[in-house]
Design a protein. Structure first.
Length: 327
């Protein structure tokens, strides 16, 4: 658990984006020794918080640098320069909610993944209109976003209309995933969240990713386990700097730094491998999924240049570890 003085130091670091050199050094330090107790151990998780809550335009500065240091290679993706303006201040109410949520998750007081999703999304409510405009401007920098956001807001998918799709098609896989697991097709209620009222292109992006999140799971090779939900958030970050995913990964990193250090390397390896996968995969946001329900998954991957995620660990590793601890 972060001591009070460490939380203050974390908040100060998160309000001032670090340069790529400092982020690379911090990532290298943690990879070499996740048990390090030097002040530098706060730099990486604080940089992720900065990208989530203060300077969303600095996502690639932070994540590209950290991934390069962690993976030992530069990413094969176009650079996206951050804005030449100061980061937005992070409200005290947001920090209060951030630390409460990390404490509750670490102590097992969050009911399930759905509760974490709702509470993470609620943190965005503590940011102002200026920050939301900055998120919208930053989203427009990503490849494929402008083309996708020119479309009208998508209609809801009729899951029962996918029932007749042929085995092996993307439509059949989505139908089975939703029906067999009793999932909600759009995860959260787009109307309750007021997504259509967000500034462009966030209105389209947030509706569409809620609607197609499970399709990205299938096409990009991510399972619906706890570890792969973290991984696909990083993949979404690498695709279009997804604001919710940035918040979620910031929380995950803060929780990881306050928990068992043995798992810190596993956590960051998963995040940066999946982020690199997202950055190096052609944009998925503009795929007209409704035209492909009967397309076989391998053919769809070939058409859009998608290779399945090469997970560095078993997808259900966190579930296995929980079972062992409970035994």
């Amino acid at each position: 658990m972060f001591r009070p003085e460490e939380r203050l130091a974390f908040e100060a670091l998160a309000s001032d984006p670090q340069d790529a050199r400092a982020i690379k050094a911090a990532a290298g330090l943690l990879k070499a020794n996740p048990f390090a107790e030097t002040p530098e151990r706060l730099v990486l998780p604080a940089a992720l918080a900065c990208a989530a809550f203060s300077a969303p335009d600095a996502v690639t500065l932070v994540y590209d640098a950290a991934a390069e240091a962690w993976l030992g290679r530069a990413l094969k993706a176009p650079a996206i320069a951050p804005f030449a303006k100061a980061p937005d201040p992070i409200p005290a109410q947001l920090w209060s909610g951030f630390w409460t949520l990390t404490d509750d998750a670490r102590e097992g007081r969050v009911a399930d993944a759905g509760a974490i999703t709702v509470r993470t999304a609620a943190l965005g409510g503590h940011t102002g209109a200026g920050f939301r405009r900055r998120v919208a401007e930053a989203a427009g920098l990503w490849p494929g976003v402008a083309e996708a956001a020119c479309r009208p807001l998508p209609k809801r998918i009729d899951i029962q209309a996918l029932a007749p799709c042929e085995t092996g098609s993307i439509g059949h896989a989505l139908y089975r995933l939703i029906v067999d697991n009793k999932f909600d097709l759009e995860v959260l209620d787009r109307e309750a969240l007021g997504l259509r009222d967000l500034p462009a292109p966030l209105d389209y992006l947030n509706v569409r990713i809620l609607q197609t999140h499970d399709l990205w799971h299938i096409l990009a090779g991510y399972e619906t386990t706890a570890l792969h939900e973290i991984a696909i958030s990083a993949f979404q970050m690498g695709q279009f700097g997804h604001s919710y995913s940035a918040m979620f990964l910031s929380l995950v990193a803060a929780i990881g730094h306050q928990g068992d250090r043995e798992g810190l390397g596993l956590l960051y390896e998963t995040i940066f491998q999946a982020y690199a996968h997202g950055r190096e995969t052609p944009p998925l946001m503009d795929i007209p999924w409704e035209e492909h329900w009967q397309t076989q998954i391998p053919a769809l991957r070939a058409a859009y240049g998608v290779t399945p995620f090469a997970s560095p660990f078993p997808a259900d590793l966190l579930e296995q570890l929980r079972s062992l601890r409970a035994a």
